[in-house]
Design a protein around this ligand. Structure first.
Ligand SMILES: [Zn+2]
Length: 437
């Protein structure tokens, strides 16, 4: 079978719009009648006022700050964001809290099943089938993504091996022992496992991984291709978050990502005014409404993810809208010496042109009145000492071309930069008044 849900995945645009409008009006009424947050926010607006999907554009956005504020009230710990009764909540999840106090996410059994079903689309599109034995090299803790992956792969009929509570070496041994042929990973950790395997004298391609799904970080296509080359496998990407769920994934055409419609209403809006839906090929901010999750309803959640809008058609035959690429987070997009800069561009350059660079870190500082942008690049121990200066010069040149900024490049010895298990923190903005991610 080609699709997880042949009916939904091949609906016409017209039918999708009709269904999404009806779902939107339902969740709108539910949120207004069942949460304190939306009782306040949507006061004076009636679901009958929403006659077309264009009318949605007149409604207020929801952002993380409001969720934090409303969860301060009773009932603990979800407060005014909880949809329904506290007794019905069956699972506790939360955001990572890297940008402030965590947001606590209540899931009822029904809402959790809705999330799992959306995730089944992501896995099925990435080619996972019942013969796959998937190794998941993380302890999931209270974070949502890998729990969703776990239950969705079970629902698909795959065999799931939870690989938490082991160190990286232990995980590599477990993959070999179980003959796992699938893996889910963050791009950073995928590269790290490969590096560790090589140190153990094991060729990553010999592990027998056929398929990998990545999560957690914006993945430049050069990083995806590098993972494909190292493991000699197919690597897929998806995008989502704790609050809105995973809302788009890559199909086997590997050309952008399909929005999981009609589970989500996704608007891609111009980043200056957040008013206008951008055109194909344009960058915009993704604003997402999960259309069927009631325990934690969200109306027009501003994800702060910057994406490029894709074409409406795909060789795979799915009819949902697409995003061409994830650019990064609006929080990560900074002005350095007046130039708009995204750390993802640096990763793209390094993974594509500098195989000898194993890890890196970008630091922006203010020296006097000048912004200075530093790249600390850690090179492979195999790189001859005589070639280090050449790598440094090439980095300065390539980064200048890609970003229009002059980098100070410092070459660091092997093993000197931190390695990350989940989300990498390779970008630090040390200027006063800038948020340090
Ligand atoms: Zn497709």
């Amino acid at each position: 079978m080609k699709y997880w849900n042949p009916y939904l995945e091949t609906l016409s645009r017209e039918d999708l719009n009709k269904i999404e409008l009806s779902y939107f009006r339902n969740i709108f009424s539910f949120a207004k009648n069942n949460t304190i947050l939306y009782r306040d926010k949507l006061k004076g607006i009636d679901s009958n006022d929403i006659k077309t999907l264009d009318d949605v554009k007149n409604l207020p956005f929801t952002d993380k700050e409001e969720l934090r504020k409303y969860q301060e009230m009773a009932p603990y710990p979800y407060g005014g964001v909880l949809g329904g009764k506290i007794e019905d909540v069956t699972t506790f999840r939360q955001t990572s809290g890297t940008t402030g106090k965590p947001v606590y996410v209540p899931e009822t059994y029904e809402s959790w099943q809705w999330r799992i079903e959306a995730w089944c689309h992501i896995l099925y599109m990435a080619g996972f089938r019942p013969h796959h034995r998937i190794f998941l090299p993380f302890g999931y803790n209270v974070y949502v993504a890998f729990w969703e992956a776990h239950y969705a792969s079970e629902k698909l009929g795959c065999e799931l091996i939870p690989g938490g509570a082991l160190d990286t070496k232990g995980r590599i041994h477990k993959v070999i022992e179980t003959r796992a042929n699938g893996m889910m990973n963050t791009p950073t950790y995928g590269l790290h496992i490969a590096e560790e395997a090589k140190k153990m004298g094991i060729e990553p391609a010999s592990l027998g991984i056929e398929r990998m799904l990545c999560a957690g970080e914006p993945m430049p296509s050069a990083t995806r291709l590098k993972l494909e080359e190292i493991y000699r496998c197919d690597v897929y990407d998806h995008i989502g978050g704790t609050e809105p769920c995973a809302w788009a994934g890559m199909c086997e055409a590997k050309d952008g990502m399909h929005i999981i419609e009609p589970f989500f209403l996704v608007e891609i809006l111009d980043r200056e005014t957040l008013q206008r839906e951008v055109g194909e090929g344009e960058i915009g901010v993704a604003v997402v409404t999960p259309l069927g999750r009631r325990s934690f309803p969200l109306i027009r959640f501003n994800t702060k993810d910057l994406v490029i809008k894709g074409e409406g058609s795909c060789p795979c035959g799915r009819t949902s809208g697409k995003i061409k690429e994830v650019v990064g987070r609006t929080d990560d997009l900074r002005k350095v010496r007046g130039v708009l800069f995204s750390p993802k561009t640096v990763e793209e350059v390094i993974r594509k042109e500098f195989q000898e660079v194993e890890e890196f870190e970008i630091i922006v500082e203010r020296r006097g009145l000048m912004d200075v942008i530093l790249l600390r690049a850690e090179v492979s121990p195999q790189l001859p000492v005589g070639s280090i200066e050449q790598t440094r010069t090439r980095l300065v040149e390539s980064l200048k071309i890609a970003t229009n900024l002059s980098f100070h490049v410092i070459i660091e010895p092997p093993g000197s930069l931190p390695r990350y298990m989940l989300k990498a923190k390779r970008f630090r903005d040390m200027r006063e008044g800038e948020r340090n991610e």
